[in-house]
Design a protein. Structure first.
Length: 362
């Protein structure tokens, strides 16, 4: 893979570059794995861009998941048919969500929740505005971040189904804690969670509570749930992809479609070279924050706000001014660091995409 492109010498670094051809191929692969675009409920937190939402809609994807209200509005502006805000709605966010529902009538909004008190507040606000939305119970399958514990799920759903202003539709379950490298082991763990979910589904339906929608998994467990036709699959990172998932999950046959363009700015000591890519330019939530494409022998030494020092042995460091491409370990927060993304196709710079939902408020 060659991440260089014609015209790169005109772009000031550091800069975030997306490779449209790779992203298109990753999207086609995800659709094929899912057995059709209609099964995908894709998360946009990785890219936060209206342009990529449009690209996926052109491929037949109609369902989008979001982490922020601004991401939800970005999808609604593109007239996405379904937008799921997969984040608890509390405080002023409730009224803003209601306003989104009122403003974008052509989009069917979905909410999640794990607290009956907060859902009562949401339902009351929606009932007052006469704009009900579909509700999915957010389930804690072991990640311990948000969600109703599985053992309490049935009672929670029975109560949530009675809340005015909300139309109870089923389950949302993100099993992001299953970072198991071996696919067979990951699939067994994911299957165990799914089995418990379906047992609750059967019990609820016997009591008159229909569960027509189950949104399950993320990128790591995407291949674990494809044989369950009853569920919507919810990957996000696989479309753009990064070095973190490529290293952790070799069974995910996707290609990193993003890189941070960097330049060598100094040779501060023997064997060292410094890039203009500090932790303000690449996600710093991982110990290993990225790799330099085509230079595997280079090892990171130290990083600060605007500098990244690397060591290389047994050869000369890249010359001052050399353009290098770093494949981020975690592309999602990297994308949020930039106001826009340079888009390359066929080795040419072809577009510049605004990171539409970079901020939480418009």
């Amino acid at each position: 893979m060659n991440y260089h492109f014609r015209g790169e010498e005109t772009i000031e670094s550091p800069a975030l570059v997306y490779y449209r051809d790779i992203i298109e191929e990753n999207t086609a692969k995800a659709i094929a794995m899912a057995g059709g675009a209609e099964r995908l409920w894709t998360h946009i937190k990785t890219h936060k861009t209206a342009a990529l939402v449009r690209m996926q809609m052109n491929r037949g994807i109609t369902r989008f998941k979001c982490a922020t209200l601004m991401e939800a509005e970005t999808c609604a502006r593109e007239e996405a048919p379904h937008v799921l805000l997969a984040y608890p709605l509390i405080g002023p966010a409730i009224n803003r969500f209601v306003r989104l529902r009122e403003r974008y009538r052509s989009t069917l909004f979905w909410a999640i929740g794990d607290n009956l008190g907060q859902l009562e507040l949401l339902g009351k606000a929606l009932a007052k505005s006469q704009t009900p939305v579909n509700l999915l119970a957010d389930i804690n399958a072991g990640m311990d971040r948000t969600g109703v514990p599985l053992e309490n799920l049935e009672d929670f759903c029975l109560a949530a189904a009675k809340i005015t202003g909300l139309i109870f539709k089923g389950f949302h379950c993100y099993d992001g804690h299953l970072g198991i490298k071996d696919l067979a082991e990951r699939k067994a763990a994911a299957g165990s969670i799914a089995k418990r979910l379906f047992a609750v589904k059967v019990s609820l339906e016997k009591k008159g509570i229909e569960i027509p929608v189950i949104v399950l998994g993320g990128s790591p467990t995407f291949p674990c749930h494809i044989d369950m036709p009853e569920v919507y699959l919810s990957p996000g990172t696989v479309f753009v992809y990064d070095n973190g998932y490529q290293t952790k999950f070799p069974d995910l046959d996707f290609v990193p479609g993003a890189a941070v363009m960097s330049r060598v700015i100094s040779h501060p000591a023997a064997g060292l070279f410094t890039l203009d890519t500090g932790y303000k330019a690449i996600a710093s939530d991982q110990t290993d924050r990225g790799i330099i494409h085509g230079l595997p022998q280079a090892k990171p030494v130290a990083q600060s706000e605007e500098h990244w020092v690397w060591r290389i042995e047994d050869r000369e460091p890249p010359p001052i001014g050399a353009v290098l491409y770093i494949i981020p370990t975690h592309i999602c927060p990297t994308s949020a660091l930039y106001p826009g993304i340079y888009v390359v196709s066929g080795g040419e710079l072809v577009n510049y995409w605004e990171v539409s939902a970079r901020n939480r408020l418009p």
